[in-house]
Design a binder for this molecule. Structure first.
Ligand SMILES: Cc1cc2nc3c(=O)[nH]c(=O)nc-3n(C[C@H](O)[C@H](O)[C@H](O)COP(=O)(O)O)c2cc1C
Length: 320
């Protein structure tokens, strides 16, 4: 079973991917956070960065839109850049996205979704594969049967299912039990995504659903960058590896964002999850939230690495 790194806006970007791959062995596939093509027919700088710094890595770019025209423009650009597979985001739960009928917002309009996929497949560049990453409904899991029947009509290279509905955001538990009926009702290659935070959880899903082709991990991988290596039977992250991982990201963000403060914002986001690799991080997280200069921030990090135990069960903190 393949192991994928989920797209996480603001975290699993073009700076993070090579650092993660070099230190922790890499994912079978990395999915970019979404790019959002629009009527300007131009990618933003941030989007171009996502698309153009991926040499030597198995990266699948992700598109978020509800327009076949915008999708196909982006697909042609990506084909010219050498990509042979694209992922379509039909799962983003954010209110600003769904209000525009994008991401999981599209799931409330199955007829439009079917038309959109038809138009996209009609115009897809030759040789381009298309996978979908989806939630199982907008309001209720009752919507999933209809949505799956739509996906079944198209030659998707993979269907990546995060079995929550939009209105659940990331709360509660993924409805993993839906995978049994889903596997029975589709011929599409299926990837499962949701709440796999430990090697034991990955093994349990793989045992329960052996015909899945892949597992995708997001928050668990941010809490424990060695998660995929551990699932493959390798070692847990060492303190030195975590330090190298941190230092490489810090330097990369400082260089990209041109200053300590912006880099600190990014590192705060990272630590919301990566703190799960350490014990007793309340004090540390408070200091990181307070830090206004690079030296204040680095002093907090120094103390964490010098004083805190590594967790023997790294896990995203409660509520993340
Ligand atoms: C901060 C954050 C940003 C995310 N950004 C994206 C995104 O750009 N595209 C996407 O398809 N999913 C995005 N997701 C959803 C994840 O890819 C994944 O589906 C979700 O976190 C469930 O998997 P997990 O339980 O392994 O984290 C995001 C999730 C979080 C928490």
């Amino acid at each position: 079973m393949k192991l994928y790194a989920a797209p996480l806006e603001g975290m699993t970007n073009d700076l993070w991917r090579p650092i993660h791959a070099a230190l922790f062995g890499g994912a079978d596939r990395y999915f970019t956070p979404f790019v959002s093509p629009n009527a300007t027919y131009k990618f933003q700088t941030k989007e171009l960065n996502e698309l153009t710094h991926n040499e030597g890595l198995p990266v699948i770019p992700q598109i978020l839109t509800n327009s076949a025209d915008h999708f196909l423009w982006a697909a042609r650009e990506m084909a010219d850049m050498g990509y042979r597979e694209i992922n379509f985001n039909l799962g983003c739960p954010s209110g600003t996205v769904t209000a525009k009928r994008k991401g999981a917002g599209m799931l409330s309009y199955p007829d439009d979704l079917e038309r959109l996929l038809t138009d996209i497949f009609d115009g897809l560049p030759a040789g381009m594969r298309l996978s979908v990453k989806t939630r199982v409904g907008k309001e209720s899991t009752q919507e999933w049967g209809r949505l799956l029947a739509i996906y079944n009509q198209f030659p998707l290279s993979e269907l990546i299912v995060h079995p929550r509905v939009q209105k659940e955001f990331y709360r509660g538990h993924a409805h993993r039990e839906l995978m049994a009926d889903t596997l029975a009702a589709t011929w599409l290659p299926l990837c499962y995504n949701g709440d796999i935070f430990t090697p034991a959880a990955a093994v349990a899903v793989a045992r329960e659903y052996p015909t899945l082709i892949a597992l995708m991990m997001g928050r668990g991988l941010m809490a424990d960058p060695a998660l995929l290596r551990r699932i493959r039977g390798g070692d847990a992250a060492t303190r030195e590896e975590l330090r190298q991982y941190h230092d490489a990201l810090w330097e990369a963000y400082r260089a990209r964002l041109g200053g300590d403060l912006n880099a600190i914002y990014r590192m705060r986001e990272l630590w919301n999850y990566l703190s799960g690799s350490f014990e007793d991080t309340d004090k540390f997280l408070k200091s990181v939230r307070k830090a206004k200069t690079g030296s204040e921030y680095l002093a907090a990090v120094e103390r964490l690495f010098a004083e805190n135990e590594l967790s023997d069960n790294p896990h995203p903190p409660e509520g993340k």
